[in-house]
Design a protein around this ligand. Structure first.
Ligand code: ZN
Length: 135
C-alpha cells in the first residue's frame, strides 16, 4: 500500500502535456515545479510544499474539473465559470472589486441569494482549433 506521506509529496502529471516527468526546481530561496517535457512551470513560491500544492491543484483541475469553493476563486478579474443557484448553466463571471461577482458578458451583478455556489476555470482554449472568424 502506498504511504500517504509519500503520496502527498508526489507531483501529479503535467496539466498541459500529461507528462509525469516534472521536477521540483529551486531558484535561490524560491521553489517551483517544472515539466521537463514542455517546460510549463508554476510561479516562484516560498516553499517546496507550496510549489507542489499549486502544481498538483492545477493538475487535478485539468484532469477532472469540478466545482471549487468560492473562497478559492481568483479575485483579480480573471474570468471563471460559476454555478448559480437555480440555473443549470454555468455562467462566465469575474470578480469586481467593491461590486462582487458579475456576469462577464454584461457586468450584471449576481445577487447574493443566487450564490455563486462554486467555480471552475474556463476551458483552456476559448476557441477550438480550426474555427475561423466569420468574415
Ligand atoms: Zn508538460
Amino acid at each position: 500500500m502506498a504511504d500517504p506521506m509519500q503520496q502527498a509529496r508526489q507531483l501529479l502529471p503535467c496539466p498541459f502535456c500529461g507528462s509525469s516527468d516534472s521536477e521540483m526546481q529551486q531558484a535561490q530561496a524560491e521553489h517551483y515545479v517544472q515539466c521537463l517535457e514542455c517546460e510549463a512551470s508554476t510561479s516562484l513560491l516560498g516553499s517546496r510544499r507550496e510549489a507542489r500544492e499549486l502544481w498538483n491543484r492545477r493538475a487535478a483541475l485539468r484532469a477532472a474539473p469540478e466545482w471549487q469553493p468560492m473562497e478559492t476563486a481568483p479575485r483579480d478579474g480573471t474570468a471563471v465559470l460559476v454555478a448559480i443557484d437555480g440555473s443549470d448553466i454555468p455562467q462566465p463571471c469575474r470578480f469586481r472589486e467593491r461590486v462582487g461577482w458579475v456576469i462577464a458578458w454584461d457586468e450584471w451583478r449576481i445577487p447574493a441569494h443566487d450564490g455563486p455556489l462554486g467555480w471552475m476555470p474556463l476551458p483552456a482554449a476559448a476557441r477550438p482549433q480550426g474555427v475561423k472568424d466569420a468574415t
